[in-house]
Design a protein around this ligand. Structure first.
Ligand SMILES: Cc1cc2nc3c(=O)[nH]c(=O)nc-3n(C[C@H](O)[C@H](O)[C@H](O)COP(=O)(O)O)c2cc1C
Length: 192
């Protein structure tokens, strides 16, 4: 499996690039939510991988992207099937995130899931705030990762009350409680 597009950097740019450790530290300063990207293997088995490199791309048409390591076992299955779901994890779901980032391939033995109504793909509704079911719209190889652009064909919000699982500087966290949010807003207002 290889993508339709291959994004390359020139040798001059490659020679000028940051060291991996520096780049990792810089990028880990940027907080994100956590998703589990799921699909079905060729044999129909459910597959999923933890992914924080998830981003909204376009509203019309509704496009999003997930960025996965080229060696990801889930990546090849997802591209072959042409369909995937992005499950946006809710707070207190560190264990789900760790499970889908672990080296085991039996991740669904302990995960709660059900087949989605459209494509029968694995839906982690008990662990997520919302999900987007996507058809693969494009694949771009970018260095040691592959960007998969998905067109959202189904999905919805299933938990309005909870906050998201957050990830920042290689640590999990949670969205501030309502009181904390108000305190931050007041502090900012006072600072002018
Ligand atoms: C919080 C968190 C975020 C992650 N984000 C990504 C990501 O955006 N892209 C990626 O390729 N791997 C990411 N990973 C690592 C993968 O989940 C991990 O390498 C996984 O074992 C790969 O599984 P696979 O080979 O079955 O696809 C993340 C891990 C954690 C814990």
């Amino acid at each position: 499996m290889r993508g339709q597009h291959d994004l390359r950097v020139s040798p001059e740019v490659a020679a000028a690039c940051l060291e991996p450790a520096t780049f990792r530290s810089v990028m880990s300063a940027f907080p994100s939510g956590v998703t589990v990207v799921t699909t079905l293997g060729a044999d129909g088995a459910p597959l999923g991988v933890t992914c924080s490199a998830t981003c909204s791309v376009s509203l019309e048409p509704p496009l999003l992207l997930v960025c996965l390591n080229r060696n990801s076992r889930v990546l090849s299955a997802l591209v072959d099937r042409g369909q995937f779901i992005v499950n946006f994890l809710r707070d207190s779901r560190e264990r789900t995130s760790s499970l889908f980032a672990s080296s085991t391939m039996n991740r669904f033995e302990t995960a709660r899931w059900q087949p989605s109504r459209r494509g029968g793909l694995p839906l982690l509704s008990a662990d997520s705030l919302a999900h987007a079911e996507c058809d693969v719209a494009g694949v771009i190889d970018a260095g040691d990762h592959t960007i998969v652009v998905g067109a959202a064909v189904d999905g919805g919000v299933h938990d309005e009350a909870s906050g998201p699982l957050m990830y920042w500087r290689r640590r999990y966290g949670r969205w501030p409680a309502e009181d904390d949010t108000r305190t931050v807003a007041l502090t900012l207002a006072a600072e002018g």
